[in-house]
Write a protein that binds this ligand. Structure first.
Ligand code: 0A1
Ligand code: ZN
Length: 849
């Protein structure tokens, strides 16, 4: 099988052998780490097939079968596997390999993050450490001995509980760990290095004490308190909400600077990108604080949804990820404003997941064909996967959802299972037929709901018809929350079960034509086609009980005018729009929510739904609408801006909301010529990173004389904090003027920049492609060319990071013909690059197919 051969869900076969126990010894050395891997195998059922172990980029040293060393003629080794014919049913295999962590820039398997050793095994990284049955349905108990230089690596960590430690010759020492919970290899972890540790403890609901430890680079311990507090909140929340308790005596989190993703839920030893651990008042924004808590929660919740019950195969990834994202979203909603949290979830979905689902890499939340598994850690599997779980929660209701989850855990604890197993448990526990619902797991694309209504005054009846369509696929079970708004005191709320291609409902006793608020709380991940008048939208904005619909009506109104202005740039906006904004600004609503209402739909939210769009024209239209609102309502924006200022700094929900509101007002005010001074004023007087960054990003969006002075000042202040410098890199990459390409070259030559560090690579490259659409899409094609040049470099350094950064280049379907052809030309160049990693190859081939 070549590297590029697709794998299919339909081809799943149970493993021919089991591994019950693993005993690992790591002798850590910078460029030559020796791994001794003793595995206890049993044959599954009667068969005489050989044992085929996965292994990549490892040097094989020796193989022993039941203590006897094997000659190299007794097994076969190629780039991906080791094959061995064994006739015993029960045997011990000892495999010794050598690996090179220092040169591992792909950051999969064992690698170095600065001076520390660190592993990342999901999805298929363990095979870069040793030969193994590297698949999630092979579960073993692991014992791990880590040996390293005591001075360089005082802390030696692995999964489970510490069972032995001691000194060795030559300044070395060892620690041995045992994890009593059988686990797949992807949950294995090892970390070794010199850290500072923040220690705390948690008393579980059944009265067990759990030691909590957060390992950070020296000097950073004061930035770990928010992560620790978040962890304790997550532990309590999971006990209260789902009755789920932590199961080991120790829970460790390590923050590292080199990491491909956000974090990893290894049993008892989470490894985190330091971006999602470290936060303090001066260096972190409110969004950083929020994200740290959410990611800490996410990884903690995986202990049950992912670790105790794991995936049978990688096609089932959404089993653990969709469910765990849903759980972390609910956690965040409970810790903060539920409505604002929901709005932010929906923005991510609409601006990114919908595009993925309409692009060349579209796949169901349970994909059926995979070339590179790392390419399927997607917004679809994670975010749409979470929406599917949320729909179940909506359909079943909170209590029944809990009963279903309880049955799921009691049926499958300690097992590796499928998405169908999950749904069947929910169906069995609640006596609900979920067969049609299961289609959500096998269909890709975003369903479109086309809605029509008819009011029959004579009979006081309101008729509603909804049709669903998604590329001719069979009808899904879609929960549709609605509210009927009339002059009655109470709005009439319903949850409709749309199960047919087209379905109608009649509501009796409706005394006047109601205004329909559709998709309350965004009950389903769908698009809607239901043109409503400005008056109807304005009515929903003020009268709907559902906060999501209130917000969404405003977004729809704005979308209408942005698209109109795009087609007719000279048109003037109607007074009614100004009035709507005036009433938002003057209303007595919570600041955080008001900030969301005032935030215009983003370029990415809009671009997808317009055919043959000239991105520059769309950006101009957004800008025109923004500037017109700012001009018309300047005194109100200024008043709100000033009223939201706070004397000291605090971090409660109210203070956070006020900052958000103040900064969104600032973003309007700076579109006006005479308000530049607000930026430097805010920058100079800011006592927190949120306000500082808001000032700087406005400065980057509307570059003036001041910009370079402010940026330079910021860089001097924060030069020794790489996480903050990533913000600086990202700001620089989003500067909205035509010096940007020189700027990008300067940034890549900056002493702190390195493509080997994923956070840094993203801070420049993704910040440019995402936050600087005017230059990414500039007519010369230079933006596209820049991205391709970086991808060629990253292909050799870190294919996973490259493969994530390519996204905006493969989602070109809605762009105008000229841009599509420029992009394709660049992609063809990339496709022809010899030695393209399969991560990029899979995407480029799909985009050009
Ligand atoms: N399971 C982790 C995400 C993750 C996936 C892959 C990784 O390396 C290829 C790393 C982390 C989570 O959902 O948090
Ligand atoms: Zn996850």
């Amino acid at each position: 099988m070549s590297d590029f051969t697709p794998r299919y869900l339909a081809d799943y076969r149970a493993a021919y052998f089991s591994i019950t126990r693993v005993d690992l010894t790591f002798e850590l050395e910078h460029q030559k780490t020796r791994v001794t891997n003793q595995m206890h195998f049993t044959r599954n059922k009667a068969h005489n097939l050989p044992l085929v172990l996965d292994g990549e980029q490892v040097t094989l040293v020796s193989v022993k079968l039941d203590g006897e060393i094997l000659a190299s003629t007794e097994y076969q080794v190629d780039d991906h596997s080791l094959t061995l014919a064994v006739d015993r049913d029960d045997f011990q295999l000892e495999i010794v390999t050598e690996i090179n962590p220092a040169d591992n820039t792909a950051l999969e398997g064992l690698f170095k993050s600065g001076d520390a050793y660190c592993t990342q095994c999901e999805a298929e990284g363990f095979r870069r450490i040793s030969y193994y049955l590297d698949r999630p349905d092979v579960m073993a108990t692991f014992t791990t001995k880590v040996i390293a230089d005591k001075r360089q690596c005082p802390h030696l960590l692995s999964n489970g509980n510490k069972i032995a430690a001691g000194n060795l010759a030559n300044g070395k020492h060892f620690v041995q760990w045992h994890d009593p919970f059988p686990k797949p290899s992807y949950l294995f972890a090892l970390v070794a290095g010199d850290f500072e540790v923040l220690r705390d403890q948690y008393l579980t609901m059944s009265g067990r004490d759990v030691a909590l430890e957060i390992f950070v680079d020296k000097g950073n311990i004061n930035k770990a308190h928010h992560a620790m507090a978040s962890l304790k909140r997550a532990m309590a929340w999971d006990e209260q909400t789902f009755g789920l308790e932590y199961d080991l005596d120790i829970y460790m989190i390590v923050a590292v600077d080199f990491f491909n993703m956000g974090a990893m839920e290894n049993k008892g030893l989470n490894v985190f990108n330091s971006k999602y651990v470290l936060a303090d008042e001066t260096s972190a924004t409110d969004v950083d604080y929020f994200n740290v808590e959410a990611v800490i929660g996410h990884e903690y919740f995986h202990n049950w949804t992912g670790n105790r019950v794991t995936c049978r195969d990688w096609f089932q990834l959404s089993l653990k990820e969709g469910l765990t994202v849903f759980r972390d979203q609910q956690f965040s909603a409970d810790m903060h404003s539920a409505a604002v949290t929901r709005i932010q979830n929906v923005r991510v979905l609409r601006s990114q997941q919908f595009a993925e689902d309409a692009g060349p890499m579209a796949h169901p939340i349970r994909p059926e064909k995979v070339i590179e598994m790392n390419n399927f850690y997607t917004l679809t599997v994670y975010e749409k996967g979470a929406e599917v779980i949320r729909m179940l929660h909506t359909i079943l209701g909170k209590e029944k959802f809990r009963q279903g989850l309880d049955l799921y855990f009691s049926r499958f604890d300690g097992m590796a299972v499928t998405c169908d197993d999950f749904i069947n448990a929910m169906a069995d526990a609640t006596g609900t037929d979920l067969e049609q619902f299961k289609l959500w797991y096998s269909q890709s694309g975003t369903p479109l709901l086309t809605v029509s209504e008819y009011y029959d005054e004579q009979n006081a009846q309101y008729h509603l018809t909804i049709a669903q369509s998604n590329n001719e696929q069979p009808a899904l079970h879609i929960p549709v929350g609605i509210e009927l708004i009339t002059s009655e005191q109470q709005n009439d709320a319903h949850l409709l079960a749309l199960t047919k291609a087209k379905q109608s409902w009649t509501f009796e006793g409706v005394k006047e034509k109601p205004v329909l608020a559709l998709l309350t709380d965004f009950t389903a991940p769908v698009k809607t086609n239901f043109p409503q008048s400005d008056q109807a939208l304005a009515c929903i904005m003020t009268r709907a009980d559902d906060e999501f619909c209130r917000w969404d009506a405003g977004q729809k109104l704005l979308t209408t005018y942005i698209t109109r202005v795009m087609k007719q740039p000279q048109m003037s906006l109607p007074d009614s729009l100004y009035q709507v904004f005036e009433s938002i600004l003057s209303a007595d609503t919570a600041a955080a929510f008001k900030a969301e209402q005032l935030t215009l739909p983003s370029f990415n939210e809009l671009v997808d739904s317009i055919e043959a769009v000239n991105p520059i024209a769309l950006l101009d239209a957004i800008e025109t609408v923004k500037r017109s609102l700012a001009k018309q309502l300047a005194p109100l924006f200024l008043k709100q801006y000033q009223a939201s200022a706070q004397a000291g700094y605090s971090h409660d929900g109210i203070a956070i909301g006020k900052r958000a509101l103040k900064n969104v007002c600032l973003s309007y005010l700076v579109t006006l010529d005479n308000h530049e001074h607000l930026l430097s004023q805010q920058y100079q007087s800011a006592n927190n990173m949120t306000d500082t960054l808001a000032a700087l990003s406005c400065a980057a969006a509307y570059p003036s004389q001041e910009l370079n002075t402010l940026m330079a000042d910021f860089a001097i202040k924060w030069s020794d904090n790489t996480l903050v410098m990533d913000k600086w890199f990202a700001l620089q990459a989003s500067i909205n003027n035509d010096t940007i390409f020189d700027k990008l070259s300067d940034l890549m030559a900056h002493p702190l920049f390195s493509l080997k560090n994923p956070n840094r690579a993203r801070a420049v490259i993704a910040a440019f492609t995402q936050n600087n659409p005017r230059y990414f899409h500039c007519a010369s094609g230079r933006g596209y060319q820049f991205l391709i040049e970086q991808l060629v470099l990253l292909n050799d350094i870190n294919p996973q990071v490259a493969s994530r950064l390519i996204t905006p280049l493969i989602q070109f379907k809605s762009l105008d013909a000229k841009r599509q052809s420029m992009i394709k030309e660049q992609l063809v160049k990339l496709q022809q690059h010899d030695k393209l990693a399969k991560d990029l190859q899979e995407k480029v081939d799909a985009a050009l197919a």
